[in-house]
Design a protein around this ligand. Structure first.
Ligand code: AP5
Length: 223
């Protein structure tokens, strides 16, 4: 595969807008791995690594983990074999410094291919996050009302236990939204200026969001 045939998709959107849900739905179909910085931090925390313990302080407060460690972690992740055809970046970049760092990492492959922007109202974010449940074992995402598991608190995929994230408490969600508007929203203009920003109405039911997303990706030769 030629270097610039790699496809890098950057999901942008507030917490709870459905980025992780959609990445889980489309990753196999597209044959691209989901590189989710939040999941990488949670994995490190579960394994009690130094990085996990550092990240926890910031995540619990709803703040961003410092750029230096986050950028290094993503660079290492993207260098792995499973990213040979590209990746779905879910949760990175989260500010302009990270966006510039990502451009440097991807320069040999033609840069970011497309940046879908998941648009949802703030009150929907709060409702989605308060009902979210995640599998401790495989990371599958559920919602008590919009996407409930077949058996209460048990994952349909692997039978693991479902839990609520520590940073999904209402006070932390407010800070995460504030951080999104202040630090992450500027990257919307960054990708808009390059002509690769694509609005997705993420207020629709999940299947309709998937359809809209796949239509947009097809325009960029991703199918
Ligand atoms: P991270 O884990 O990335 O959290 P986030 O961006 O806040 O996004 P979420 O995972 O909350 O939401 P989502 O958009 O994936 O929504 P989901 O699909 O789950 O980051 C956590 C923390 O890690 C950060 O606060 C920061 O501290 C740190 N961090 C991460 N990346 C970093 C970075 N680059 N730099 C520095 N720090 C970083 O959906 C939400 C719920 O809604 C689910 O229950 C789902 O079932 C439901 N749902 C989804 N779609 C629909 C729909 N269409 N209709 C109805 N319900 C739906």
């Amino acid at each position: 595969m030629a270097a610039n045939d790699r496809k890098f998709i950057v999901f942008i959107g507030p917490p709870g807008s459905g980025k992780g849900t959609q990445a889980q739905i489309i990753r196999e179909r597209l044959g691209l791995p989901q590189v989710a910085t939040g999941d990488l931090f949670r994995y490190n925390l579960k394994n009690n690594t130094e990085l996990g313990l550092l990240a926890k302080q910031y995540m619990d407060a709803g703040e961003l983990v410092p750029n230096e460690v986050t950028i290094r972690m993503v660079e290492e992740r993207l260098s792995r074999e499973d990213c040979a055809k590209g990746a779905i970046l879910d949760g990175f970049p989260r500010n302009l410094k990270q966006a510039v760092a990502l451009d440097k990492m991807l320069a040999p492959y033609g840069g970011v291919t497309v940046a879908p922007l998941f648009e949802v109202d703030d009150d929907v974010v709060v409702e989605r996050i308060s009902g979210r449940r995640i599998c401790r074992q495989c990371g599958a995402v559920y919602h008590v009302k919009f996407n409930p598991p077949k058996r209460d608190s048990i994952c349909d995929v692997c039978g693991g236990e479902l839990y609520q994230r520590d940073d999904d408490r209402p006070e932390t969600v407010k800070t995460r939204l504030f951080v999104y508007y202040k630090q992450t929203a500027p990257i919307i203009g960054y990708y808009f200026c390059r002509g690769i920003l694509e609005d997705i109405n993420a207020m629709q039911p999940m299947e309709d969001v998937t359809r809209a997303l796949l239509d947009v990706l097809a325009k960029y030769g991703i199918r």
